[in-house]
Design a protein around this ligand. Structure first.
Ligand code: HEM
Length: 438
């Protein structure tokens, strides 16, 4: 079977190019080779990128038993666990997903907005005029705290801190999940895998402790955090989630939800100060949710946090006229679709207005993937981005420290601003009104 055309360079060169300039590289290949192109990668092997929204719709809505997503995430199972929604496929995936979805739907997420506003206000209160820092670091700590409070339901500062230290110690060893299997052997506390196992055991002990405490909390029935909702949830057979399932999903939400949202916010704070007309409009109408939401939507369009979703074909499939064999990976190419000129004229420009007429469709705007694997935290992430942008814009004059937008590069599997978006706090207003009036 002939695969679609694509760059002929060896895997090592393709990978080096993608890591340094992911968006430019994928967009250039899309222009050159068309809506389906084949790329050879290090580690991940050969894959076919698909940038045609109709084909992507077919993949997201078709029979999912032939399009596997969990299998591709299996290197993450040592940390996320066997029951993680990210590593499962088929009926087991659906069972976990159905249990997880309710706490992340509209009305539940509305309740989280207050937590987000509190955490954002406390974060800004620690900033000082003249202070300089990569804003992604600050956003990482903010989004971690939101997950701790909204998902774990933990608010006491010392417990948040203990969870933060233990969980980040595990996640910061992320590269090891992709190491060859001979390195994944526990040779004692000094070996990388041994260190990882010990950190994981320490983090797990804290998570199981939170689950146990919550199970016996006198106000369990009234609580609205995700852990409490999951403890009360029952599947179709009336069964509750086991402690191991709860642990795996809590870890998954933390791993999938905190850095991604922090990166989205860092991108937003790189773009907004460089577009005075956008900043002015946000300040002119701080309660105009439709414009604020358009800013979030446009940020995730020009700066998606993941360049592509990923599926593995369980059976042969025809994609864009090419007969692809079973076993090959296909990538719904988020970054390429978002830069299509036929859908987004002047696609490189940051222009939130384009979303004011509500023209997005699930298959032309897909920073959260789609179908039965669509990101569970999408509504929470968007609410979080909107509330944090609203809080910062109202009180802070940010000045990017780099003359040009921070280049987008790949770290791990996500797109990030290379330097973490370094900014200076030029001015800090006591009340939202002071800055708007100035
Ligand atoms: C801006 C922030 C975020 C971005 C860009 C993002 C993006 C994505 C993408 C592209 C996928 C894969 C979808 C697919 O394969 O079709 C995904 C899956 C997932 N995300 Fe997010 N995400 C974000 C925030 C969050 C948050 C806040 C949470 C939870 C608290 C979360 C939890 C998950 C989970 C559990 C999955 C797996 C869903 C499944 O396999 O059924 N994400 N996310």
């Amino acid at each position: 079977m002939a695969l679609p055309p694509g760059p002929r360079a060896p895997a090592v060169l393709n990978t080096a190019r993608l890591v340094r300039k992911p968006i430019e590289t994928l967009v250039a290949w899309h222009r050159r080779y068309g809506d389906a192109f084949t790329v050879r990668w290090l580690v991940f092997g050969t894959g076919v990128y698909v940038a045609d929204p109709d084909e992507i719709r077919g993949m997201f809505t078709g029979d999912q038993s032939t399009l596997l997503a969990g299998e591709a995430n299996s290197p993450l199972s040592p940390v996320l666990g066997q029951h993680s929604v990210l590593v499962l496929d088929g009926p087991e995936h659906l069972r976990q997903r159905k249990l997880l979805l309710p706490p992340f739907q509209g009305s539940a997420v509305a309740a989280f907005r207050e937590i987000i506003r509190d955490v954002a206000a406390a974060e800004i209160a620690r900033w000082r005029e003249g202070g300089e820092f990569p804003i992604r670091d600050r956003m990482r700590s903010l989004t971690f705290e939101v997950i701790c409070r909204a998902v774990f339901g933990v608010t006491e500062p010392e417990r948040v801190e203990r969870l933060r230290a233990a969980l980040l110690a595990v996640l910061d060893m992320g590269a090891i999940f992709f190491a060859p299997s001979f390195m994944r052997v526990d040779l004692g506390r000094r070996s990388p895998w041994g260190r990882f196992r010990r950190r994981l055991a320490a983090a797990d002990a804290l998570i199981y402790n939170e689950i146990e405490r919550r199970r016996h909390a006198p106000d369990l029935e009234q609580r609205t955090d995700v852990l409490s909702l999951l403890l009360r949830a029952r599947d179709e057979e009336g069964e509750p989630m086991t402690d191991v399932e709860l642990r795996d999903e809590l870890f998954t939400m933390l791993a999938a939800g905190h850095e991604t949202t922090a990166t989205g916010l860092a991108f937003a704070f790189d773009l907004i100060p460089r577009h005075p007309e956008v900043l002015a409009r946000l300040r002119d109408a701080p309660e105009d949710d439709s414009y604020l939401d358009a800013v979030v939507t446009e940020t995730l369009r020009v700066r998606p946090v993941l360049d592509a979703a990923e599926r593995t074909l369980a059976v042969p499939r025809t994609v864009c006229g090419y007969d692809l064999p079973a076993g090959i990976r296909v990538y719904p190419a988020i970054a390429c679709v978002h830069r299509r000129e036929d859908i987004y004229p002047e696609a490189e420009r940051f222009r939130p207005e384009r979303f004011l007429d509500g023209k997005t469709t699930a298959y032309t705007w897909l920073p959260f993937g789609g179908g039965i694997r669509r990101c569970i935290g999408a509504a929470l992430a968007q609410a979080e981005m909107a509330e944090v942008i609203r809080a910062v814009v109202a009180r802070v004059e940010l000045e990017p420290l780099r003359p040009e937008p921070d280049p987008v590069v790949i770290r791990g599997i996500t797109l990030v601003p290379k330097h973490g978006t370094p900014v200076r706090i030029k001015r800090l207003a006591g009340t939202p009104h002071e800055l708007v009036a100035a």
